[in-house]
Write a protein that binds this ligand. Sequence first.
Ligand code: GLN
Length: 487
Amino acid sequence: MGNNYELHRLGLRDARQGLLRRDFSASELVESLLARIAVTEPKIGACLRVLGDEARETAKALDASGPDASKGLWGIPITIKDVYNVKGAPTTAGSKILSNYLPSYEATVVRRLREAGAIILAKTNLDEFAMGSSTEFSAYGPTRNPRALDRVPGGSSGGAAAGIVAMQAPGAFGTDTGGSIRQPAALCGCAGLKPTYGRVSRYGIIAYGSSLDQAGPLARTVGDLGPLLQAVAGRDGRDSTASARGADDYINIVAKDPKGLTLALPKELWEGSFDTGVRATLDKALSRLKDQGARLEYVGMPMLRYSVAVYYVIAAAEASTNLARYDGVRYGVRAQGYRDLLGMYRQSRTEGLGREVRRRILLGTFALSSGYYDAYYKKAAQVRRLIQEDYLRVLEKADFILAPVSSIPAWPFGSFTEDPLTQYQLDIMTLPLNLAGGPGLSLPAGMGPDGLPVGLQLMGPPFAERPLLEAGLALEGIFPKLPEAAL
Ligand code: GLN
């Protein structure tokens, strides 16, 4: 691969091999990706900020000391969702209220990526404060789906997924509170992993729903997720919710034999209504799995039908407290021309926060207010427990749970912006896992008849990331490989 022009096409592990063999330098890889970003960005708008100068400098320093195989991501450029603090760049969370926020410290994930030799290439677009499923709610404009520019990339980590599929970088980090890694990965056609709650530190990441949020990687293939997770997983003295449990080996993994693999298919998710193209693609994927000897068993998980209601109470409640700090005093842009203190708060928050975010704050504040707490938040927490039990019960008998990621393919812009409840309902496939806490892996199941990707997700017991990736490798080998996005 002497031609730098094509280096952007390399997946993460191929890029690593080339770098370690000195087929090309980290600087050449960075230049190729920056050129790719320059060509694709006007079409898709995946990045809020490209860190070109910083990336060039880091690459130069790495090249000066030469390839280091002991560093798992040596010379690998990675994009970061704009909720992680990266030193020297603003963290906006896709919100106007944080347009002037320059963090004074770095997220643990970002620090560990650097320690592993990675190069931070860009900060990617998202729905404001990670609230949404389409990246249409970013205060800085939407991101477009690289497979169909008139359609959304999914969300909230839409910039991360679009950038991966547009080959702007071989790896990306996003966050998943209710599907925000898995769903954009499915809608754009790449792989995405939501690790177990607590597997990856959230220090230095802007909080949305603290009992649900989890950081995780996106890449073009399942195997490419391993080195990304490896670099960041493990305990962190700065995040008490990060598990003390040591990381497993996520890199040297082998595809599980599909024969004898028992997969539980929750009826509550498979029996709903689907877009016909999505349904046909999913059915084809299921019959391929059966042909390879996997055992598919439909199971009842009756509590899943409450997951949308439960999630939107809990996520909104937690968001309302997490976002209280953006008041124009401690953080955020302060409004001009206010009359008194209360007016300053009100005006700053009204001008700085978008409609969807304000809606969630109102919803959450209501659910937590005295007299309503027992009826809403407490009840939701109780049902959440039952959803967790549904998961654990099913996973005692099956190796993994298999479910769709979205009942419809990437949709045209504006389809649901005036209809938030319908958009919330669309999250039914992904929300339950965050309520339960376990890991989930989203991967392409095939291309629908309309040329839009369709995803499937595998879910496992807590901290089963390694077996999950091994099963994911098996499925990836069975499902059709998606073509590159024509951009
Ligand atoms: N779509 C869901 C929401 O809007 C999930 C978002 C996320 O995972 N950050 O809350």
